[in-house]
Ligand binder design. Structure first.
Ligand SMILES: NC(=O)c1ccc[n+]([C@@H]2O[C@H](COP(=O)([O-])OP(=O)(O)OC[C@H]3O[C@@H](n4cnc5c(N)ncnc54)[C@H](OP(=O)(O)O)[C@@H]3O)[C@@H](O)[C@H]2O)c1
Length: 275
């Protein structure tokens, strides 16, 4: 038995169970494939049952791991509670909070119900599932949580080309970055690994829907905007998990220097209270 970089113990039975939300397409499906290749048993969470069944059947066959599917709409409290109960089980050694929707549209023109859904999936569900996972992981002395944010958490409002039509999405991803970094600091003296993954534009079907409804069809699609291949995003995340990096920005030149400068800027922003 040995402890790997993902903060897990490898036994003859494999590294344990990983829960991946949003596993029916894009980055989530690729996490599932890569983790199965590495011997993880899986719990795959999303709304599209047929898509999950396809991924699960294929991975049982090719990787020989146990794969459960958990069909859930993470914006629905009962579904979120069912998912949280599964995440809290003692076999779970890795949680990948990947499910996310964009709700793109001008703020004043977007249905308030869609904006609430963006907050529910991107913020409320991710927080609730992290809360469900971490106490048991601490008791067992092993475990890891990966929360998927976005480079828009940092760059959404930057001139000269501030990205319009995504204020709430950018806000949710800013939450994911701050939440995860702060939680990682709180857990720094524990064996747990906590990561926030900040992809840039990635080649998935993400921009084919605002997230109210899933993209139809059994075959995964890719939006026309281009982007980094999903495999490179997941490779960066898994490598960062091995290293114990808290912030992972795939494709960033000289990430150590960029993060040092970010921390220096944040430290400079901390005002000294004066009477
Ligand atoms: N693609 C990009 O350019 C990009 C860039 C930065 C960050 N990201 C982030 O990367 C993550 C994965 O996105 P992706 O690019 O892989 O897009 P994607 O292919 O659209 O995948 C999104 C996943 O989330 C699931 N999902 C959506 N709403 C859900 C809900 N209410 N309950 C449960 N599952 C739900 C979807 O499955 P169902 O529809 O079957 O539920 C799907 O599996 C997201 O958090 C996104 O914000 C993406």
């Amino acid at each position: 038995m040995r402890t790997t970089g993902a903060g897990r113990e490898e036994t003859a039975d494999g590294p344990g169970t990983a829960v991946v939300t949003g596993a029916s397409s894009g980055i989530g499906t690729r996490y599932a494939e890569r983790l199965a290749e590495a011997g993880w048993d899986l719990v795959l969470v999303a709304r599209r049952a047929e898509r999950l069944d396809e991924v699960a059947g294929r991975l049982r066959e090719t990787a020989g791991v146990a794969v459960e599917t958990l069909v859930a709409d993470l914006a629905v409290p009962e579904d979120l509670a069912r998912t949280a109960a599964r995440v809290a089980a003692e076999d779970v050694a890795l949680l990948v909070n990947n499910a996310g929707i964009n709700g793109y549209g001008y703020f004043t023109e977007t249905d308030p119900a869609l904006l609430t859904r963006v907050l529910s999936v991107n913020v409320t569900a991710l927080t609730a599932l992290s809360r469900a996972a971490v106490p048991g992981m601490l008791e067992r002395g092993r475990g890891a949580v990966v929360n998927v944010a976005s480079q828009l958490a940092f760059a959404g409002s930057l001139p000269p080309d501030p990205l319009p039509r995504r204020a709430v999405y950018g806000g949710t991803k800013g939450y994911v970055v701050t939440f995860t970094r702060t939680l990682a600091a709180e857990l720094a003296d524990t064996p747990l690994r906590i990561q926030v993954l900040c992809p840039g534009l990635t080649a998935t079907e993400f921009h084919l829907t605002t997230g109210e409804e899933s993209v139809a069809g059994l075959t995964q699609q890719v939006h026309a905007e281009g982007g980094m291949p999903v495999d490179e995003v997941v490779t960066a995340s898994l490598a960062a998990l091995e290293r114990g990096d808290v912030v992972c920005v795939p494709g960033l030149d000289d990430p150590d220097r960029a993060l040092e400068r970010l921390v220096a800027a944040e430290t400079g922003m901390r005002a000294v209270p004066r009477p």
